[in-house]
Design a protein around this ligand. Structure first.
Ligand SMILES: C[S@@+](CC[C@H](N)C(=O)[O-])C[C@H]1O[C@@H](n2cnc3c(N)ncnc32)[C@H](O)[C@@H]1O
Length: 212
């Protein structure tokens, strides 16, 4: 058993725009922004699992005149990160963004927040067991509205789980819209759209627990 991660300190590399974490953030933000550009609906729903301080969503929505179209729920366990995400959303005037202090591995935490048109699984799959990744991917249609997009990340440390994750997403009814594995960094970012049918939320299911 390793020492538990300080998940507030984990965010510090975001202060350096050249850090791999900041590079990953910019990719995720580009995909959030282009998803918004492609969706013309007046009301859209977003859920972010293990949302941390919300840099991705808050960063995009703060600069969007159409942010009011989007109702967001961030699910984050660490109270300090919950506070930081709420403060950032307040500063950006995002009144439609709620931060829940809850366990994102427990599907009861998503009641009322899903089905979502965009699901963020950013910084999740590298911190849970391979079998929990598989279970979470299989459960994603429970979080999704029809045609929803999922943006996810996973490091490419050996043995690289990314090929398996992409296969599990196909099995779960998703088509791949983008997959980035840049040179010189370990992170990868995937974007998948649900082509299969959404499934009702089973709020009794627990799909992952963090290892670190
Ligand atoms: C790797 S960080 C990713 C944060 C954010 N998504 C990002 O990319 O900036 C993982 C986050 O998950 C949170 N976390 C850990 N276990 C959790 C759980 N069971 N439910 C919700 N959040 C959790 C941590 O506090 C941390 O903020």
């Amino acid at each position: 058993m390793t020492a538990r991660t300080d998940w507030q300190a984990w965010h510090e590399p975001y202060a350096d725009p050249d850090s791999p974490l900041s590079r990953r953030l910019r990719l995720v933000q580009q995909h959030i922004a282009s998803w918004l550009d492609q969706r013309s609906e007046e009301r859209l729903t977003v859920v972010s699992a293990c949302a941390g301080q919300g840099h991705d969503l808050v960063g995009v929505l703060a600069a969007r005149p159409d942010a009011r179209r989007v109702r967001c729920t961030l699910i984050e366990y660490d109270q300090r990160n919950v506070g930081a995400a709420r403060s950032a959303a307040d500063r950006a005037g995002l009144s439609n963004l709620a931060v829940r202090q809850a366990d994102a591995g427990d599907l009861s935490s998503y009641v009322g927040a899903v089905p979502a048109d965009l699901v963020l699984m950013v910084g999740v799959f590298g911190n849970i067991s391979d079998s929990d990744v598989r279970r979470t991917v299989a459960a994603l249609p429970q979080l999704c509205a029809a045609g929803a997009t999922v943006i996810w990340t996973r490091a490419r440390r050996a043995p690289d789980l990314n090929p398996a994750i992409r296969a599990w997403l196909r099995e779960a009814g998703f088509v791949e819209e983008a997959f980035h594995a840049p040179d010189g960094v370990r992170f990868s970012v995937g974007v998948h759209r649900l082509e299969g049918a959404p499934r009702p939320l089973d709020a009794t299911e627990v799909v992952f627990s963090f290892l670190r």
